[in-house]
Design a protein around this ligand. Structure first.
Ligand code: HDD
Length: 704
């Protein structure tokens, strides 16, 4: 497919280099005659120091790596466009939010803990960073797929990161929180209870980056033309719904395809299945700041959508893969401090710390203060100021002035106010207080919303949370840590703590561990305090369970088990129906090359029982044909269907293949569909739309 240029972002396109048909040159443009041999004294003699062509190549090569991000090192990016759909003019002056405005964006999704080359399917938070190239400068919304954070104050950020990263003595484990130091930290920080439940839920093992929600996490402010503020929380809602894989599946995907999410995003965009999200906002009038049972400045709290509904204000479509991973995705520099007129910070103490950290990190990681000039980071509306020099300066400033005020350049660049233009305005805010290092008492309720989250999940989702905590804490070697964490979970919900305790052979303590209390009292001397009564005990928006008649199979991957002699009619019948719904069919056979159909004719094949595994697919079909007898003898095939069944996926069997189900551990249920069932094609599609038959999970754990 020919790549579409993103004419919305010409500042990036103009830097794309095409080598096609060009002679190879040195970095100075000198044509290279021989790129295979160094300069030597005789063809068997020593190399010469004057080989500037060789040095030109090696010096660059030796410097190819830059420091990876200290967190969120593993990421995947894509270009797209955001289109605003609502009139928000009474609330914000933000130009890119004016109804009908189209703004180019670059998005980077990431995991947090793992190194740059780590697996995509780690149990982890996903970063969801969006750079809007607006006409009033770049705006970065640097969020996550989980709406709350582990800690309340940025002072603890390096600690939580050090705790989750591989342990410093042996650098084990990679991209995993299931180890002593992480749970040591979490079990001493009751404020982490809420987020730890989210991370132990299915949200932390997404089916696809195209199927995650995004959250700005903090409360921000919209500022209108009169300078009035409205508090705002940002939400990205994926059009494909929110879906996850099973934990057993996630671990296997990491082996079969560590790039599973990156590949999925790339392939979807290459195939024209552009992922989309609606951008939503929760708006809270300034006067309502203190109205809730929790503090809206506390980043460990959500505002339940029952209290403040999410208003959709636009849609983002990702429609173009980067030309070059390093130049775009790796060099993209996000920064929650990068705001545009009409948007401002709140005083959330975690956000306040972030304002410094990102700029600092980019200066280090990208080698100095000119990273704004890299094509991926350049504002589309240009930049004009008196900043100059520094490593790798790209812009060439004209004239003899680089100071302000000046008369030599007619006072340019001028301040917006000098010509009656508006520019960036900070929201007016009365601030009055003593300088203190302290935590507000309104931040001291750590369990009510953790309970709200747990209560809002379906029975299957709750079971997954219990299993995840049991898995992680079983991997912890120190029993005191397990006990401390169980005591925290007992404050959230005794059902949860007891179920995990059973798996750990421990009875949860009634009250918090003295060590946990000691740390909590450093922030809140009277801890624990009596929490306010919550407005809601459950929130319908927190569960990922697919509602009846909801769901879609767009871009889902369905494996068809074939071999030479398979019936083309049987393959085509279901394929046509699935493709009509937007799903993708992949044929899996015993060899690559050409597949021979029973009816005659051939088809190229690239996937085999050797290269692929059930965990890479959403559903399965075994068509009719001479292939059925071969599959009956193929243990890899049987493993495929057993495993697909174990992971609660939908499986369909053509008439002559129904007997194969009997050779496996599969039992008939609403996700196991036979061609002899009436309405089988529709039933299969319905089962796929449900994403998983989670109800199967507990009763039917089969070897696979
Ligand atoms: Fe952060 C990267 C999200 C708290 C310091 N963070 C980073 C990225 C995301 C987030 C998505 C990757 C950006 C990219 O794709 O390049 N971080 C969050 C969220 C937080 C949060 C949602 C809490 C609500 N972060 C946070 C705090 C600090 C940082 C409190 C420090 C005080 N984060 C960083 C950083 C990183 C970063 C060290 C590493 C690489 C980078 O910035 O560009 O500055």
């Amino acid at each position: 497919m020919k790549k579409k240029k993103n004419s919305d972002a010409p500042h990036i396109d103009e830097h794309v280099v095409d080598n096609m048909g060009k002679v190879m040159t040195t970095n100075d443009g000198v044509p290279v005659f021989d790129n295979n041999n160094t300069l030597k004294v005789g063809d068997r003699g020593p190399s010469l120091q004057q080989d500037h062509i060789f040095f030109d190549k090696l010096i660059h090569f030796d410097r190819e790596r830059i420091p990876e991000r200290v967190v969120h090192a593993r990421g995947s990016g894509a270009h797209g466009v955001f289109e605003a759909s609502e009139d928000l003019s009474s609330i914000t002056t933000a130009d890119f939010l004016k109804k009908g405005t189209k703004t180019p964006v670059f998005v980077r999704f990431s995991t947090v803990a793992g190194f740059k080359g780590s697996t995509d399917l780690a149990r982890d938070v996903r970063g969801f960073s969006v750079k809007f190239y607006t006409q009033e400068g770049n705006y970065d919304l640097v969020g996550n797929n989980i709406p709350v954070f582990f800690i309340q104050d940025a002072m603890n950020f390096p600690d939580v990161v050090h705790a989750v990263k591989p342990e410093p003595n042996n650098e084990i484990p990679q991209a995993a929180s299931a180890h002593d130091t992480f749970w040591d930290f979490i079990s001493l920080m009751p404020e982490a209870a809420h987020m730890s439940l989210w991370v132990m839920s299915d949200r932390a093992i997404p089916r696809s980056l195209r199927m995650i929600e995004g959250f700005g996490v903090h409360t921000f402010k919209f500022i209108n033309a009169e300078g009035k503020s409205t508090f705002v929380k940002f939400h990205w809602k994926p059009k494909l719904g929110v879906h996850s894989v099973a934990w057993n599946e996630a671990q296997k995907i990491s082996g079969f395809d560590a790039d599973f999410h990156r590949r999925d995003l790339w392939d979807a965009i290459e195939n024209g299945q552009f992922p989309q999200w609606d951008l939503g906002v929760q708006l809270i009038p300034e006067e309502d700041e203190m109205k809730f049972s929790f503090d809206i400045l506390d980043p460990t709290k959500i505002i339940p959508e029952e209290l403040v509904p999410v208003k959709i204000i636009g849609t983002m479509t990702l429609n173009r893969n980067p030309e070059n991973f390093f130049a775009e995705t790796e060099q993209a520099a996000f920064d929650p401090g990068r705001l545009v007129p009409g948007i401002d910070f709140s005083d959330d103490p975690l956000l306040q710390g972030r304002i410094f950290s990102y700029m600092d990190t980019q200066n280090y990681r990208l080698g100095g203060p000119n990273f704004h000039e890299l094509p991926i980071n350049r504002p589309i509306n240009g930049k004009h100021n008196n900043q100059k020099d520094g490593f790798s300066r790209i812009d060439i400033l004209k004239g003899n002035t680089s100071y302000f005020p000046n008369s030599q350049s007619n006072g340019c660049p001028y301040q917006a106010m000098l010509k009656g233009e508006v520019g960036y305005q900070t929201g007016k805010q009365q601030v009055d207080g003593k300088k203190v290092r302290a935590r507000s008492n309104s931040f001291a309720d750590h369990f009510t919303q953790a309970r709200l989250f747990f209560n809002s999940l379906s029975a299957e989702e709750q079971a997954h949370v219990i299993n995840a905590f049991s898995f992680e804490l079983s991997k912890v070697n120190t029993e005191d840590i397990r006990k401390r964490e169980l005591a925290i979970l007992n404050q959230v919900d005794p059902k949860l703590a007891n179920a995990i305790g059973k798996n750990l052979g421990l009875k949860p303590a009634k009250s918090l561990d003295p060590l946990t209390l000691q740390f909590a009292r450093q922030n809140h001397p009277n801890y624990p305090i009596q929490p306010n009564k919550p407005e809601v005990e459950k929130s319908a928006f927190l569960s990922m369970k697919v509602k009846d008649n909801d769901g879609s199979i767009k871009s889902r991957k369905i494996a068809f088990f074939v071999d030479d002699g398979v019936s083309k009619a049987s393959v085509d019948k279901l394929k046509k129906n699935l493709e009509k719904e937007g799903a993708m069919v992949v044929l899996i056979s015993s060899h690559v090359g050409k597949l021979k159909y029973k009816e005659g004719g051939e088809e190229p094949i690239q996937h085999t029982y050797l290269t692929d595994a059930s965990v890479l697919y959403d559903g399965f079909y075994t068509p009719d044909g001479d292939s059925v007898a071969k599959l009956a003898q193929n243990p890899d095939y049987l493993q495929f269907i057993n495993e697909g069944y174990r992971h609660c996926k939908a499986l369909a069997f053509a008439k002559s293949a129904e007997q194969l189900a009997a050779k496996s551990f599969i039992e008939k249920d609403q996700g196991v569909i036979f061609e002899s069932d009436p309405n089988w094609i529709n039933n299969f599609i319905m089962a796929l739309k449900k994403h998983r038959v989670w109800e199967r999970e507990n009763s039917r754990k089969v070897p696979s």
